[in-house]
Every structure is written in structure tokens, then in C-alpha cells.
Design a protein around this ligand. Structure first.
Ligand SMILES: NC(=O)c1ccc[n+]([C@@H]2O[C@H](COP(=O)([O-])OP(=O)(O)OC[C@H]3O[C@@H](n4cnc5c(N)ncnc54)[C@H](OP(=O)(O)O)[C@@H]3O)[C@@H](O)[C@H]2O)c1
Length: 313
């Protein structure tokens, strides 16, 4: 693989898989991230036969930071045109990662923090980073509130990672508020990354994206099968008529354009609802939260200064 490549996490399904197809169609070389080697290899073969694309699997369980670190080393020296930090989970259960961190925060925020820091030195001039957030982080998002997803509550990275050690007032209950808060974390993370890249004179643009409610992915995998089928069927009918609902192939075109389209070059951080720039939530615009997240997330993933070319906050 000699051309700068685009790394996509969570490329075995949903938005990540659709984005890989869209970027392959546009001629990009790809690194497909996921935890299931066979599924990744089969995706790579499909992209090669369908689009003539060069694609290689990148296997890492994101809920295990040692695996992420080891897998990042396999990419040493590979020039990157872009990173799409897409993999994400939501769960109603109270699950811990291999490192003992709350699973939602561990996968959605911490694993990507480690990955972005370890790989940022390989981003070529003009590269783009797209971090997949969600409109559920916006307090005014009616669709999210109707779906029963609470407004995020930022209680700090340490308390989010280790709810058992948090004071009761700083402990989020298991369930969807942890998800919406992790997606606020993704916007803060994107802003912090952009600020640090700019401070170092790096020509790399960082975006946070709300892909919209996509009923054709597996994010709601914990719903019982009949309910999931119903959700999908009704959702597909509703999608064309509801603002902020999209099928994954449409959202994938928006994400691919952020990697690809010249209009974004040198733009610097933006938050997008699909292909429309808009302000993220007011919490997401608080610099002190972005700086604290950056510092605390680096502590939680045990980044040493020589791991990460980007200075701590
Ligand atoms: N669906 C929506 O309505 C919606 C709305 C707004 C934002 N989003 C965001 O969009 C992104 C993609 O979600 P999606 O809807 O496409 O979900 P999805 O269909 O469930 O796909 C998630 C991807 O992430 C991977 N993944 C999950 N946990 C992982 C782990 N521990 N280690 C490695 N990979 C892991 C999955 O791998 P496996 O195939 O192995 O499980 C899969 O490839 C997420 O960040 C999500 O928060 C989704």
C-alpha cells in the first residue's frame, strides 16, 4: 500500500462499512478496522473485486487498550490521508472494558484518543480526521429525547471512565445517558485535537459529524429481534420525511466528502449534521472541558509523552 490510506474504525458494519464502500468507489486505499478478522478480510476482498480498491484489515478490540497500542504499531510508517473514528457502542448494561473502564466511554472516546495520538504523526499534509459523534449530544435534539435518550451530563473523563469510583452526584447510570455523554466527548475530543494540530502548524482538518438517526445499522443490537425489525421497517418508511434521519449509505457520502472534497481544505474544526455545518451544543464549545478531556483521556490511556507527538494540554 503506497498511496496515503484512510483508516476507518468499525468498518465491519453500519456506517463504517458504507463509508469504506464510498471511499473505495472514490479510489482511496483503505485500512479497515474491526475486531473480527474474517469479516474484515471478506470486506477487503469485496472492495477489491467491486471497486478495484486496495484495502487491508486492521484487527483491534477497541475495548482493550493494549490491543489498540499493538495494532497501531502494525501501521508504523504508513502515510495516512485520513482517519474516520467511527466505531461506537451503546449498552443498557453496566459493562467494563479489559482495562476496567466503562465500556461506552472506553470504546467511543478512550480507544480513539489513544489511536489518534499514536497515529497523528503519520497524517500527511492536507489530511482529514472525521470523528463520528451524534445529534443525541445536543440538548435541543427532539428526536433523541423522544427516543428516550437523555441529555448528556459531563462529569469529567475520570468519572465517566470509572463510575464506581465517582461520587454519587458524578456517577451516570448505565444506559443511554452514558452514550449521549460519550458523543459529547467526541466533539470535545475533535476540538482539542484540532487545536493541538494547529498549534503545531499541522495542515490537518478535524471534523465531528452527526450522521443522523440511521435505522439500517446494528447500533440498536440490544433491542429484542422483533422490536429491532419493527424499528427498522417503520424507520425506513419514516426516514425520507424526518429531518436528521438518514440511511447509512447517505451518511457515508457525507463522511466521504469530508475526507475527499477540496472545499473542506484548511477549514479547521467544524461540526456537521450530515453535510450541514452547525454549532454543536454549548458544552461542546467549552474550551476548558475540551482541554480537561484531552489531559484526562491521555492519563487514562497511559500515554507517555514519547507515544504522542501532540503535547498534553
Ligand atoms: N445508528 C445511528 O442511528 C447513529 C446515530 C448517530 C451516530 N451514530 C454513530 O455512528 C457510528 C457507527 O455506528 P453504526 O450505527 O454504524 O453502528 P454499528 O452498525 O453497530 O457498527 C459499529 C461498528 O463498530 C464496531 N465496534 C463496536 N464495538 C467495537 C469494539 N469494542 N472494538 C472494535 N470495533 C467495535 C462494530 O464491530 P462488530 O461488527 O464487530 O460489532 C461495527 O463495525 C458510531 O460511532 C455511532 O455512535 C450512529
Amino acid at each position: 500500500m503506497t498511496n496515503p490510506a484512510v483508516l476507518i474504525t468499525g468498518a465491519t458494519g453500519g456506517l463504517g462499512r458504507a463509508t469504506a464502500q464510498e471511499l473505495a468507489r472514490r479510489g482511496y486505499s483503505l485500512v479497515l478496522g474491526g475486531r473480527r478478522r474474517e469479516a474484515l478480510e471478506s470486506e477487503c476482498r469485496a472492495l477489491e473485486s467491486r471497486f478495484g480498491a486496495r484495502a487491508r484489515p486492521w484487527v483491534a478490540e477497541l475495548a482493550n487498550l493494549e490491543e489498540v497500542r499493538a495494532a497501531a504499531r502494525e501501521l508504523d510508517g504508513l502515510p495516512l490521508r485520513g482517519i474516520v473514528a467511527n466505531a461506537g457502542v451503546t449498552t443498557t448494561r453496566d459493562v467494563r472494558s479489559a482495562d476496567g473502564y466503562e465500556l461506552t466511554f472506553a470504546v467511543n472516546v478512550l480507544a480513539h484518543q489513544l489511536l489518534l495520538c499514536l497515529l497523528e504523526g503519520q497524517l500527511v499534509q492536507g489530511a482529514r480526521v472525521v470523528i463520528i459523534s451524534s445529534g443525541v449530544h445536543e440538548p435541543g435534539n427532539k428526536l433523541a429525547r423522544r427516543a428516550g435518550i437523555p441529555v448528556p451530563r459531563w462529569v469529567g473523563a475520570h468519572n465517566l471512565a470509572r463510575p464506581d469510583a465517582a461520587a454519587p452526584a458524578d456517577r451516570l447510570p448505565p444506559g443511554p445517558q452514558r452514550y449521549s455523554t460519550s458523543k459529547l466527548g467526541n466533539v470535545l475530543q475533535a476540538r482539542a485535537l484540532q487545536a493541538r494540530l494547529r498549534a503545531r502548524g499541522r495542515d490537518v482538518d478535524v471534523f465531528a459529524v452527526d450522521p443522523g438517526l440511521m435505522v439500517d445499522t446494528e447500533l440498536a443490537r440490544e433491542l429484542p429481534a422483533p422490536l429491532r425489525l419493527l424499528f427498522r421497517a417503520v424507520g425506513r418508511l419514516a426516514t425520507p420525511f424526518v429531518d436528521n434521519m438518514r440511511l447509512s449509505r447517505v451518511s457515508a457520502r457525507h463522511v466521504a466528502a469530508l475526507i475527499d472534497a477540496p472545499q473542506w481544505s484548511g477549514r479547521g474544526f467544524a461540526y456537521l449534521d450530515g453535510d450541514r455545518v452547525k454549532p454543536p451544543s454549548s458544552d461542546a464549545l467549552r474550551d476548558e472541558l475540551a482541554d480537561a478531556l484531552w489531559r484526562d483521556a491521555n492519563e487514562l490511556v497511559a500515554l507517555r509523552d514519547d507515544d504522542c507527538a501532540l503535547p498534553r494540554a
